[in-house]
Design a protein around this ligand. Structure first.
Ligand code: ATP
Length: 233
């Protein structure tokens, strides 16, 4: 589905990524984990074309996408749920969901308002409320719903459950499990390693802009002590 090969990214003169490589197979949930400031957001933003890579290559289904603008990358089938949700604050829940809805790949059973409300029944009661009045958890559900309305093949989630109460976190993991069952590939950044180990197939640990470990969920749980200081958990 996605191949990221040896990418480097700079902010001006300062280098943030030093040859990051990762692979996501179709239908897989993959995590990118690491302490603060290690390059997780930069990796996600580099895949999405928000920050330009200076070396390396990124392929979506064998097609190079690293030279494309973000909106074109979205049209190819990647959607981002950004860190901090970034819902449109002065639009209602309904407006947030329909504003960027599209089915460019002509899926026979596309995401629509009804399907999003089935996935997150909590949003139904809030459908005509302004997004800035929602709780953090509801905003995250809305941000995920809004991304799904572009009918992606691959969903990128940056800090999926940051700042959310345990009950709401569980709701987000339930949703990701359901999306996985529907065959959507997912790359998720989060700090809850135990939760991630339950839903993900593969994990990548990033440290100072380099991937320093990769493995399956059982391998991650086995290595937890060794990885503890790299993850800060
Ligand atoms: P966090 O969880 O704190 O967001 P992260 O792992 O996502 O951490 P990044 O935000 O990707 O880390 O940051 C990687 C490095 O790039 C850090 O050293 C950071 O200071 C630097 N960096 C990030 N954004 C910028 C920017 N806009 N300008 C300059 N340097 C930046």
């Amino acid at each position: 589905m996605l191949v990221v090969r040896e990418i480097e990214t700079h902010y001006g003169a300062s280098q943030a990524l030093f040859g990051v490589s990762l692979n996501i197979k179709s239908g897989e949930v993959v995590t990118l984990i690491g302490r603060n400031g290690m390059g997780k957001t930069t990796s996600i933003n580099s895949i999405m074309g928000i920050t330009q890579i200076t070396r390396g290559e990124i392929f979506l289904e064998n097609e190079p996408i690293d030279h494309l603008e973000s909106f074109k990358i979205n049209r190819k089938g990647i959607a981002l749920v950004p860190e901090g949700r970034q819902v449109f604050p002065n639009l209602t829940v309904r407006e947030n969901l329909v504003a960027i809805a599209a089915n460019r790949n002509k899926y026979p059973n596309p995401w629509n308002l009804g399907k999003i409300l089935d996935l997150f029944p909590q949003l139904s009661a809030r459908i005509d409320n302004m997004a800035n009045l929602l709780s953090g958890g509801e905003q995250q559900m809305l941000a995920i719903g809004r991304s799904l309305m572009t009918n992606p093949k691959l969903l990128l989630l940056d800090e999926a459950t940051e700042g959310l109460a345990p009950l709401v976190r569980r709701e987000i993991w339930r949703c990701l499990n359901q999306l996985k069952k529907e065959g959507i590939s997912i790359l998720v950044v989060d700090k809850n390693v135990n939760d991630l180990a339950r839903i993900a197939d593969m994990h990548y640990v990033i440290e100072k802009g380099r991937i320093v470990w990769e493995g399956t969920s059982p391998e991650l749980l086995e290595q937890k002590d060794f990885l503890g200081n790299k993850l800060g958990v």
